[in-house]
Design a protein around this ligand. Structure first.
Ligand code: DQA
Length: 139
């Protein structure tokens, strides 16, 4: 069993309600139930969400030497946070960066990621399925 933590950053607690034309109609809680069912035999999944940059860093540090993988959607901090990039570099766990939307088809400020250079890989633009693909990458 691979131990994988999904970390969602700011405003991703509003999935299902927030800009449904961009991010879809499903809440993350419902989607997470489906993921857990799907990977019941291969992955021990857990989920953390915070709107606060420092809390995301604390979580990366907390699990960063003990689990098998982090799937990180840092939301808008992707485009701003050197501190989260440094946290990823500081731990031994592999991190996969995910985005629900295809950030490269959107505003230019979303084309820059401070995280992409320090993660194992990126999965971008497949809707919530981006998270499933990231889990597959760890298995
Ligand atoms: C996002 C893309 C970011 O640009 C945005 O700030 C988000 C969500 C995505 O999953 O598509 O909050 O990370």
């Amino acid at each position: 069993m691979k131990r994988i933590l999904i970390i969602n950053g700011p405003n991703l607690n509003l999935l299902g309600k927030r800009e449904p034309s961009v991010y879809g109609n499903q809440s993350f809680d419902d989607f997470f139930d489906e993921l857990q069912e799907r990977f019941r035999e291969t992955a021990e999944l857990s989920y953390y969400q915070s709107n606060i940059e420092g809390e995301i860093i604390d979580k990366i540090q907390e699990v960063g030497f003990s689990i098998d993988g982090i799937i990180l959607n840092a939301g808008a901090y992707t485009h701003t946070s050197i501190a989260i990039a440094d946290a990823i570099k500081s731990v031994s766990v592999q991190v996969v960066e995910v985005h629900i939307s295809n950030v490269f088809t959107r505003e230019p400020f979303r084309h820059q990621s401070f995280l992409s250079p320090v993660v194992k890989g990126c999965i971008v633009g497949f809707g919530l399925d981006s998270y499933r693909l990231a889990i597959e990458a760890f298995l």
